[in-house]
Ligand binder design. Sequence first.
Ligand SMILES: [Zn+2]
Ligand SMILES: [Zn+2]
Ligand SMILES: [Zn+2]
Length: 258
Amino acid sequence: MNFPPLKITFLGTGTSSGVPMIGCPCEVCASADPKDNRLRSSILVQSPSTSIVVDATPDFRAQMLNYKITHIDALLITHPHKDHVAGIDDTRPFQFFTGKATKVYGNHQSLNGIKKEIPYAFEEIRYPGVPAIELHEISLEPFSIGDIPITPIEVWHHKMKVYGFRFGKFTYITDANKIAAEEREKILGSECIVLNALRHQSHISHFSLSEAINVVNELGVPKAWFTHISHQLGLHKEISPGLREGIGLAYDGLTLSL
Ligand SMILES: [Zn+2]
Ligand SMILES: [Zn+2]
Ligand SMILES: [Zn+2]
């Protein structure tokens, strides 16, 4: 299969509360290093002709403005937790300019979550100006948006099954603490993987740093970047140099070419 060249931009790399966290006096939250400033986790995936944003975080508006994103072909949703869908109302300006609904792709669970997140967008008689959303239900079957082929990967997020996605040579998994053997098969051969690594201590629904490193080693993917990071992980400049070659802590604004 032929894959288009992809550019990945990290629009956010923080856990659900973001970093800094409101009211927190810790050194990470007080850090002046931009790499310790993390909006909620999301990426922009671009081929020469197609732009997809993965997840609509509570920081969606700031992310579109920060990275001067003036057009998206679709939103792709990993799961309906608040930090991944809260920004969906802020897609409205795209609709003002194009006159078209925003296409949103997700599994049944994610689309249901979106209907609960912005129920007013799905009523029969809608208030003028509410978001125009076109829902596209996906399953574990591979599909394409524009010229970007996508393979969903089902992972465990505590007791919830959520989606990660493989785009050609690039795999993105943002909220997981376990990946079953048959789903790992889909990741093999990726050149680059993004995984969540919340903090040092183990967590009920997220990989810790050491667990994420183990997964990368087990999969044998040559390049890995960690995301969905908590202030509890520590300062970027202290944690990052301790990681082995091929593994890095992602930060907002990081771009990758594949
Ligand atoms: Zn999350
Ligand atoms: Zn803090
Ligand atoms: Zn989650």
